[in-house]
Ligand binder design. Structure first.
Ligand code: GLU
Length: 494
C-alpha cells in the first residue's frame, strides 16, 4: 500500500441533502488521510447554479462536524489550495480549458440546442448504438473557430474523444475497466455561461489540490473513461480511483426513493445525516454502521473512529452493492451508547429529556443514567425510560395498579403493606429496601410479579421501568411513600 501522506477530498454539490453515501465517502476519505498523516479536504462543487440549494453547504459542514470528520481544508477552514468553492475558481477552469484547446484535445462548439435536438432525433431514427455528438464543430478550422469565439458567438467547449480504440481506466476496487471509445462522447467541459461541468472542474481541482485518492460515487463509473482521458490529455498523474459499492434500499431492490425515505423517517430512521442526530443516534453508532457498508470486515465489528483509522484499508473495500439496514444502525447505536461513560451519556440524553419538557437536574440524571443505559437503542429512548424521575408526581393509570389475578381491594392491601415495610426502613437504598420486600413476597404467597408490579406502577407511574429498587433509591423515601399512599387511595376508590 502507498503510505505517502494522502490528500483526499469530499466534493459534494450543494444541491440536496447530505446522505449516507456522502457520509461514507467522507469517512473512507478521512480514514485514508488520517492513517497516512495526510489531509482531508472539503470542496464544494457549486457550478450547477440551477440546482443550488441555499443552506445545503452549511448542512454538509455541520454533518461532517457532528460525525467527527472535520476537514483539514475547506471553504470554512481555509487552506493553501483554495478557494474551495468552485464558483470562486472560474478563471482557473478557463485557463485549463484553453490549454486543452491548444493541445488539440478540446474545441469550441457553436451548435444550437435546436441543431443538437435534430441531430439526436436523426440518430435515434437510424437506431445508432449510442447517440453522440456528430463532430460538426470538431471539424472546424481552429482559426475560424477562434474568430467566432472572439466575435462573441455563443459556444461550449467539448472534449475531443478519440473515435477509435479503447480506454482503460483503473479502479482500485474493480480493477481495469475497458471501454470502447466509440461508446463515449465529445462531452461538454465548459458551458456557454463560462462555468465548467463536473468533468473539467473536478479533474482540474483534484490536480490543483494535489489529491492522491479520489473516492466518489459509483454513479461516475460511466464517465470514468472520460475523466482519465482528460487527465491524460493534460499529461497529469492519475490519482488512485476508488468507487465504493452502491447503497440500495433495505429490501435490496433498487436505490432509496423519496417514498422509501419518508417511510424510514416514519419508523424513526433516516438516510440524512442531519436527521439522525435529532432521532437519537450517536455519531459513533452511525459511523460504525456506514463504515461496514462496503468494507469487507466482519459484519458486527464494533469500532470507534480511532480503531477504524488503525484498521481501514482501501484494499478491503468490496464492489458489491450494500442494502441499507436500519436494524444494524439500531444495533450499533445501542452498542456505542453502552460504551460511553456515565457522564458522557448523561450529557447526551439531557437535551432529549429537556426538550420533552422535563426539568432535569444533573445529580439525578447522573444517578439515573446507569439504570437506563442497557435499555437504550437511541438517546430519545431516555424519555419513556427515565422521564418520570424528573416529575414531582406521577399519575398511574388506576387499572394498571391492579395486579394480575387480584382485585382492586387486594391490590390496595398490598400497597398498604409495602408502605408499612418501606416506612419502617432507615433509608431507601436498594440494599436496604429489596430484602424485606422479597421476604414479604415469600411469606405472602403472592408472586414477585404481582407485588413488584403494583410497587412499580405506584412509584414510577408506568408498567415498564428501569430496575425497580434502584429506581426507588433515586426517587427517595419520601416520594416513594407518598406515591404508594396515593396508589392505595386510588385503588380503594375503584
Ligand atoms: N459533485 C459531485 C457529486 O456531488 C462529486 C463527485 C466526486 O466526488 O467527484 O456527485
Amino acid at each position: 500500500m502507498d503510505i505517502r501522506p494522502a490528500r483526499t477530498r469530499l466534493a459534494p454539490s450543494p444541491t440536496g441533502r447530505f446522505h449516507l453515501a456522502n457520509a461514507r465517502n467522507a469517512l473512507y476519505s478521512y480514514l485514508v488521510a488520517r492513517q497516512t498523516g495526510g489531509q482531508f479536504i472539503l470542496r464544494v462543487e457549486d457550478t450547477d447554479q440551477r440546482r443550488f440549494v441555499p443552506g445545503a453547504e452549511e448542512v454538509i459542514v455541520l454533518s461532517l462536524e457532528w460525525l467527527g470528520l472535520t476537514p483539514n481544508e475547506s471553504p470554512f477552514h481555509g487552506g493553501q489550495h483554495g478557494p474551495y468553492r468552485q464558483t470562486e475558481r472560474r478563471e482557473i477552469y478557463q485557463h485549463y480549458a484553453k490549454i486543452l484547446i491548444e493541445k488539440d484535445s478540446a474545441y469550441p462548439c457553436f451548435c444550437t440546442p435546436e441543431r443538437l435536438d435534430q441531430m439526436r432525433k436523426e440518430q435515434e431514427a437510424r437506431k445508432v448504438d449510442r447517440v453522440r455528438y456528430d463532430g460538426l464543430c470538431r471539424r472546424l478550422d481552429p482559426e475560424n473557430a477562434a474568430r467566432r469565439v472572439a466575435s462573441g458567438e455563443k459556444y461550449v467547449i467539448r472534449f475531443k474523444m478519440p473515435y477509435e480504440g479503447t480506454t482503460t481506466a483503473h479502479d482500485h476496487i474493480r480493477g481495469n475497466i475497458v471501454t470502447e471509445n466509440r461508446y463515449l462522447d465529445d462531452y461538454i467541459l465548459m458551458r456557454s455561461d463560462g462555468l465548467p461541468t463536473y468533468h473539467l472542474s473536478a479533474m482540474v481541482d483534484d490536480h490543483e489540490m494535489k489529491i492522491t485518492h479520489v473516492l466518489r460515487s459509483a454513479e461516475w463509473l460511466p464517465t470514468f473513461p472520460l475523466h482519465v482521458q482528460i487527465i491524460r490529455a493534460f499529461g497529469w498523474d492519475e490519482p488512485i480511483w476508488i468507487h465504493p459499492s452502491i447503497l440500495l434500499k433495505p429490501s435490496g431492490k433498487g436505490k432509496m426513493s423519496k417514498r422509501d425515505t419518508a417511510a424510514a423517517m416514519k419508523d424513526g430512521h433516516s438516510i440524512f445525516v442531519d436527521d439522525l442526530d435529532g432521532l437519537g443516534y450517536t455519531p459513533e453508532g452511525v459511523l460504525n454502521w456506514i463504515a461496514l457498508m462496503g468494507w469487507g470486515v466482519a459484519e458486527d465489528d464494533v469500532m470507534t473512529l480511532d480503531e477504524m483509522i488503525e484498521r481501514f484499508s482501501i484494499d478491503n473495500l468490496t464492489p458489491s452493492p450494500a442494502a441499507i439496514n436500519f436494524q444494524k444502525l439500531d444495533h450499533f447505536n445501542g452498542t456505542h451508547i453502552r460504551l460511553l461513560t456515565t457522564e458522557e451519556l448523561a450529557r447526551r440524553v439531557k437535551p432529549f429529556l429537556t426538550n420533552a419538557g422535563f426539568d432535569v437536574d444533573d445529580d439525578t440524571l447522573l444517578k439515573v443514567t446507569p439504570l437506563i443505559r442497557e435499555r437504550l437503542v437511541t438517546l430519545d429512548d431516555s424519555i419513556p425510560f427515565a422521564g418520570f424521575f424528573f416529575k414531582g408526581t406521577v399519575e398511574p393509570n388506576p387499572e394498571d395498579l391492579i395486579a394480575k389475578g387480584l382485585d382492586a381491594r387486594q391490590s390496595a392491601e398490598i400497597a398498604r403493606k409495602a408502605y408499612d415495610i418501606l416506612a419502617s426502613l432507615p433509608d431507601m437504598s436498594h440494599q436496604t429496601a429489596e430484602p424485606p420486600m422479597r421476604e414479604f413476597v415469600e411469606t405472602s404467597g403472592l408472586s414477585a410479579n404481582q407485588v413488584f408490579g403494583i410497587l412499580r406502577v405506584a412509584v414510577t407511574g408506568q408498567k415498564v421501568s428501569p430496575p425497580l429498587f434502584e429506581s426507588m433509591e433515586v426517587i427517595g423515601k419520601e416520594n416513594v411513600l407518598e406515591r404508594l399512599q396515593k396508589a392505595r387511595t386510588l385503588l380503594e376508590s375503584l
